[in-house]
Design a protein around this ligand. Structure first.
Ligand SMILES: Cc1cc2nc3c(=O)[nH]c(=O)nc-3n(C[C@H](O)[C@H](O)[C@H](O)COP(=O)(O)OP(=O)(O)OC[C@H]3O[C@@H](n4cnc5c(N)ncnc54)[C@H](O)[C@@H]3O)c2cc1C
Length: 499
């Protein structure tokens, strides 16, 4: 039996829970369910269990717009974020809409029925199907089943443990061990200080450096404000303060890269002292924000390096050996455990196949509309957060926009909203401008954006807020497929009156 909902949401991470909230608040007469492939909600914040897992943006912007983050720590640990997501879902009754263990494989659109038929693997491995009129993908941006693991020469010779942070073994005892963490991204800089608390020694081995910026784990202003104002008001003010600061810093980085680079490196030198080789280990060859920056709370990474319990090595791996790694410089790194913090495997829409009226569509060949829909694909959104600010800011706007579309469709008695490029010329551009390895590796699997509105990403919360909350929904959007008039129905009366 195929169960039908007005809206199906795929994924019960931050985006899916936020979308559920907006649907039930803004479209209360529409039925919805959230299909989640795993057995728990929280997505990223449930999957990743490595020591020290935490956010690297502040929780006042990574948190839901509608549910204040009230912990003292603004840079929060993974379990606190998971609890916050679960608590929010329970408080608003969103958890009752989640179907766990349902991994969506494909979606087929039928224009005559104005319906998606969604095929999934159910909790017991069986095929299950659902149908819906609108499909809201909140499946994140990476493959849950595997992380990115380069083919390291000689990897099978190594006698110790090789671990990918996406699949951290529960209860792994690393006390007193020598650990090498391969990588220089957010995961590596999070892991190193945490592992160093118990390990004999930790080496962070990177091919090339990343910009690393320290920020207080607690936002003094936010905590001060919360003691004086109602929680919701204080949260709103802090959220806007952080949005504003983030936009300012990003703009400065793009407009005056040399000045911002100089300032960041000066701060790193301030933390590590004049004798530390900042040029080799913390000075990237690219400009600030050509790749995502790494944030460390209370300078924990720098403090650990200064204390001597961790070291950064900038070099390339020649081969794994029985006892560790040999580097191209000839240096050997002895290790009991090697952590391959080499990143994620990007994946769009949870790996789901899409077809429209019997014809399979490769969404990588389509154009992205407003950062959330696809050219010539009706009634389907895909949530993709900001790369230069907190993910949730855009996820929230996307959910609100979907609700607007649903209400416009209902108001006009139509069933289908399809982004169409139209006759105004458009030039495709890459969706993400980052030069990071994980973005470049996935470039051919991502749709393009256009060089003009509404096909060009703003990557700016204030502009998106205006465009998505208040801007026209008609720009390059085809509304079609009238609700069928059933004899005696309100639609039939309206059609007769119009005729
Ligand atoms: C370690 C780490 C730290 C991060 N830190 C930050 C940060 O500090 N700030 C920030 O802005 N961003 C951060 N991000 C990005 C982060 O993923 C987002 O902030 C946010 O959590 C994404 O939420 P989401 O709900 O969109 O996706 P996810 O959290 O990825 O959740 C997607 C959900 O969809 C489910 N799903 C996927 N495919 C299917 C399918 N086919 N069928 C059914 N269910 C499916 C998954 O099981 C999962 O539960 C981080 C990412 C990682 C990996």
């Amino acid at each position: 039996m195929t169960e039908h909902f007005d809206v199906l949401v795929v994924g019960a991470g931050i985006s899916g829970i936020g979308t559920g909230y907006h649907l039930q608040t803004r479209c209360p007469d529409r039925s919805y369910a959230i299909l989640e492939g795993r057995s728990a909600m929280g997505g990223t914040w449930d999957l990743f269990r490595y020591p020290g897992i935490r956010s690297d943006s502040d929780m006042h912007t990574l948190g839901f717009a509608f549910e204040p983050w009230t912990d003292a720590k603004s840079i929060a640990d993974g379990p606190s974020i998971r609890s916050y997501v679960e608590w929010t879902a329970r408080k608003h009754g969103i958890d009752r809409h989640i179907r766990y263990g349902v991994r969506v494989r494909s979606a087929e659109w039928s224009t005559p029925d104005a319906t998606w038929t969604v095929t999934a693997t159910g909790p017991d491995g069986e095929d299950v199907t659902y149908s819906c009129n609108f499909l809201a993908m909140c499946a994140g941006y990476y493959d849950y089943s595997r992380g990115y693991q380069p083919d390291f020469p000689g990897a099978d010779r190594f006698r110790g443990d090789v671990i990918h942070p996406q699949f951290w073994p529960e209860g792994l005892d690393y006390a007193g061990k020598r650990i090498v963490v391969i990588g220089s991204g957010a995961t590596a800089v999070t892991l190193v200080p945490e592992l160093a608390r118990q390990a004999a020694h930790v080496t962070m081995l990177q091919r090339s450096p990343t910009y690393v910026v320290s920020r207080p784990a607690e936002d003094g202003f936010a905590n001060w404000l919360r003691r004086r104002l109602p929680g919701r008001v204080a949260y709103g003010i802090t959220r806007w303060k952080n949005v504003g600061l983030g936009m300012f810093f990003y703009r400065m980085a793009r407009k005056r890269p040399d000045r911002v680079r100089g300032r960041i490196l000066e701060m790193v030198r301030g933390h590590l002292g004049p004798d530390y080789d900042v040029d080799t280990h913390f000075t990237p060859s690219y400009a600030p924000w050509d790749q995502r920056m790494c944030l460390v709370p209370d300078a924990d990474l720098f403090e650990t390096i200064k204390a001597g319990s961790a070291e950064v090595v900038t070099d390339r791996i020649e081969t794994f050996t029985e006892d560790g790694l040999r580097l191209e410089s000839g240096r050997e790194l002895a290790a009991d455990v090697i952590v391959s913090a080499t990143g994620l495997e990007l994946q769009l829409m949870g790996g789901m196949r899409v077809s429209i009226d019997g014809e399979e569509r490769d969404l990588a060949k389509s154009l992205n509309y407003k950062g959330m829909m696809f050219s010539d694909v009706p009634n389907l959104s895909s949530t993709f957060g900001y790369t230069n600010a907190s993910w949730t800011l855009k996820a929230d706007l996307t959910a609100v926009y979907v609700c607007r579309l649903l209400n416009v469709l209902r108001g006009r008695g139509l069933r289908q909203a399809t982004p169409r490029v139209g006759t105004t010329p458009i030039t495709p551009e890459p969706l993400l401008s980052f030069t990071s390895g994980y973005v470049q590796r996935a470039a051919d699997r991502m749709p393009a954006q256009g060089n003009r509105k509404p096909w060009k990403l703003n990557q700016n919360y204030a502009l998106d807020l205006l465009a998505l909350r208040f801007g026209s929904v008609d720009a390059d959007m085809e509304f079609s497929n009238p609700v069928e008039a059933k004899p005696g129905s309100a639609v039939e009366h309206r059609d007769k009156a119009a005729a």
